[in-house]
Design a protein around this ligand. Structure first.
Ligand SMILES: Nc1ncnc2c1ncn2[C@@H]1O[C@H](COP(=O)(O)OP(=O)(O)OP(=O)(O)O)[C@@H](O)[C@H]1O
Ligand SMILES: [Mg+2]
Length: 325
């Protein structure tokens, strides 16, 4: 059985229509006019136990909504969902003990308490026995280098330290499925790297199933075996990151520097021009034609320097969205 499976999962948010201003606000209390947002419009997922899957998409695509439905926080409007054999919206304690949701932009720890106190409360909530708790908490604190931070009030920690404490809290009960909603958001590059390395080790050690959203391609590139891309509440791509890059970018970029400025018309025949042309230019060439096109440009144009680049994954995904596939 797959660890996570959904079929035609949907969520429509319905709220009262509100006109601007105080009067509008009051009127909306009595009005029956509703606005609806179709946040998730029929998503089919199948994630096997032990997979680490990237769940990607632009702002507002429906990622958080989906994760909330899968972790039982939000009731779906319709559709089938199954997490470890449970229907998430039933919120069975047995299921909740086996999953976890971490949200990078929403703290779950008590702000005024040291993280340690929250850990103890969570230990009781999840009924983790003393020996297991001790072993697990030591392991997590050690892996995240947090030992001198857990006794400080959470409000006094840096964003990165807080995020690490959030991770400890979310992983104390050794969940089999971990939903990570932008766990590295807003962090500096060093903290991001630490968290990525930690997640990589955790996944290897626990063999847990992870569904991760992130806007940082580095996270996806380093962590995910497979990606699912959604847009406007629908799946628009599913496969490995390699396939994604290959399918959508069978091109390379040639970056040129000239000894005397050139004009666009000198370059058009070799490929698609990206940006301005003068002393430097970037043109996009089909992967298969890279050598011949570059050779021709070196021969016929005053090229003083040339470099060939792969297109970045971020850009591939951006194109995927703008093409509206
Ligand atoms: N509580 C809510 N009430 C009404 N609309 C909502 C609510 N929460 C989210 N939405 C809308 O549902 C859509 C999907 O939102 P969601 O938060 O799932 O996107 P997301 O993919 O997580 O985006 P981001 O990358 O910005 O986090 C958006 O159009 C959003 O405005
Ligand atoms: Mg989100």
């Amino acid at each position: 059985m797959a660890a996570i499976e959904t079929r035609d999962l949907r969520k429509t948010y319905v709220s009262n229509k509100k006109s601007p201003g105080i009067k509008g606000g009051i009127r909306s209390l009595f009005s029956r006019e509703k606005t609806t947002v179709e946040a998730v419009c029929g998503i089919d997922l199948k994630i096997e136990q032990g997979e680490l899957v990237g769940f990607l998409g632009p702002n507002g695509a429906g990622k958080t909504t989906t994760l909330k439905m899968l972790s039982g926080i939000l009731y779906p409007t319709s559709g089938y969902s199954n997490v470890l054999g449970y229907t998430p919206s039933d919120r069975k304690p047995d299921m909740l003990r086996r999953i976890s949701l971490v949200m990078g932009n929403k703290m779950q720890l008590w702000w005024d308490l040291p993280a340690w106190d929250s850990f103890i409360v969570l230990k009781e909530m999840y009924e983790v026995d003393d020996t297991r708790f001790k072993k697990r908490v030591d392991l997590l604190i050690d892996a995240l280098q947090l030992s001198d931070k857990v006794n400080t009030q959470v409000r006094k920690l840096s964003l990165g330290e807080r995020m690490k404490c959030e991770l400890v809290a979310a992983l104390l009960h050794s969940p089999e499925i971990v939903f990570l909603d932008e766990p590295t958001i807003g962090l500096d590059v060093v903290s991001q790297k630490r968290i990525r390395d930690f997640l990589k080790d955790l996944h290897a050690e626990d063999n847990c199933t992870v569904l991760l959203t992130s806007h940082y391609m580095q996270d996806v590139q380093e962590l995910c075996d497979r990606v699912i891309v959604i847009d406007h509440g629908r799946v628009i791509f599913e496969g490995t990151l390699d396939t994604l890059t290959k399918e959508f970018s069978d091109v390379r970029r040639v970056r040129l520097t000239f000894s005397t400025p050139v004009v666009a018309s000198d370059l058009e025949k070799y490929g698609t021009i990206i940006g301005d042309v003068s002393e430097t230019a970037v043109i996009e060439v089909a992967r298969a034609d890279t050598a011949s096109a570059t050779g021709a440009m070196l021969q016929y144009l005053p090229v003083s320097d040339v470099g060939i680049e792969e297109i970045e994954v971020e850009e591939v995904i951006r194109r995927l969205f703008s093409e509206g596939r």
